[in-house]
Design a binder for this molecule. Structure first.
Ligand code: DAH
Length: 376
């Protein structure tokens, strides 16, 4: 800008201006120059330069006019210079502000153009997840038991030895505790009692009977934990559905009938059941339920060879169960002379593996979408 060498650097006297009419033509000249320059700034930084050249406090054109024209002006000219200067200042300020707004609007609309969303583009399609197979099997089992009057209760995965063992008639040093290699929680010194990760869902038998009077008909789906080394049939976390029915008149026939109904609903009407004597501290008598192998129709032979699922045995071991041991009623203040009932503990992972032909329990916990997608 050449305004540095212009007339604003000199006083009116030096410019030879002595009459008010000359003052106004002098201002008209300046104003014209301003108007010519004012359309030049196209972005924020050139606008700032322009603003400072005109309004800058130290050496802007208006400051120079004030210092060189107005202040030293003769009394005769002062009024005219003052009025013209005010008018010029108002004009300059308005125009500079207008320019700023125009530049800002321009940058904004440029940004808008750049960032415009094209609504006609196809969207990002996220695959919708599905329930994990274990959850699906839980639901299948729940539905079967709902249909015969059971309801669902759930309980804590962190348990006390009392609920996990003692009240289930498993006193300390009972050998079954060895089979249920247990995770104990590390607790601060002085904690009132040890805590453990439940090794089965059976503690909820106790918690339920403590809260409710017979008739009781519940199932307990949930996670359980044992210190097992992982292999194709073992995992330190797995799933069970506990079942408990207690009333004044429940017989062994109600028990086997209920289990048979469940197995046929789950594996299909052609599947037969049988039970063998077994042992659990909290049931008496205790049994182990088997199903005729659903893969070879209970023949032990498949595709002209030994059935790979039951290894030719024709039967598949399903789960443990039994009539509730009267000793257990003692822990929950039920009158063992008046009530009777049955309980069962179904391993869900095992059942899911059988039903869906899965030969490694680990796949349930690996979160491999290629596996999960096979069970939409
Ligand atoms: N709680 C047992 C386990 O995890 C399974 C079981 C067996 C549960 C017999 C029962 C039952 O309710 O009656 O090994």
């Amino acid at each position: 800008m050449n305004s540095g060498e212009d007339k604003t650097g000199k006083t009116l006297a030096e410019l030879g201006v002595s009459r008010p009419e000359e003052v106004s033509s002098l201002f008209a000249e300046i104003r014209q120059r301003f108007d010519e320059e004012s359309s030049a700034p196209r972005d924020e930084s050139t606008w700032k330069e322009f603003r400072d050249a005109w309004l800058g406090r130290k050496s802007g054109v208006l400051t120079r006019i004030t210092d060189n024209w107005l202040k030293p002006a003769t009394a005769e000219l002062k009024r005219a210079v003052g009025a013209a200067l005010n008018e010029l200042r108002a004009h300059v300020e308005t125009k500079i502000e207008e320019r700023r707004a125009a530049i800002e609007a321009g940058t904004e609309s440029a940004a808008m153009a750049r960032e415009r969303v094209d609504l006609s583009l196809p969207g990002v399609i996220r695959p919708i997840g599905s329930h994990h197979l274990i959850r699906q099997v839980f639901q299948e089992i729940e539905d079967i038991f709902f249909s015969i009057g059971f309801s669902v209760v759930e309980g804590p995965e962190i348990e006390t030895p009392y609920y996990n063992f003692e009240a289930l008639n498993i006193p300390e040093f009972h050998p079954v505790r060895d089979d249920m290699d247990t995770f104990y929680l590390e607790l601060p010194k002085g904690a009132p009692e040890p805590l453990l990760l439940r090794t089965h869902t059976s503690p909820m038998q106790i918690r339920t009977m403590e809260k409710r009077q017979p008739p009781v008909r519940v199932i307990v789906p949930g996670k359980v934990y044992r210190r097992d080394n992982p292999d194709a049939t073992h995992s330190f976390i797995f799933h069970q559905v506990e079942g408990l029915a207690v009333d004044t008149d429940i017989t062994f026939c109600d028990f086997t009938g209920t289990i048979e109904y469940f197995v046929k609903q789950f594996f299909g009407p052609g599947v037969k059941t049988r039970f063998r004597p077994s042992y659990f501290p909290f049931t008496e008598p205790s049994v182990e339920f088997d199903a005729s192998c659903p893969f070879c129709g209970g023949t032990g032979v498949s595709n002209g060879g030994t059935c790979s699922k039951c290894k030719g045995a024709a039967w598949i071991e399903l789960f443990g169960a039994g009539m509730v041991d009267p000793a257990v009623y003692g822990f929950v203040n039920y009158d063992a002379k008046k009530v009777s009932g049955f309980a069962f503990g179904i391993g869900i992972d095992r059942l899911a593996m059988l039903k869906y032909g899965i030969d490694d329990i680990q796949v349930f916990f690996q979160n491999d979408a290629r596996f999960l997608r096979q069970f939409p």
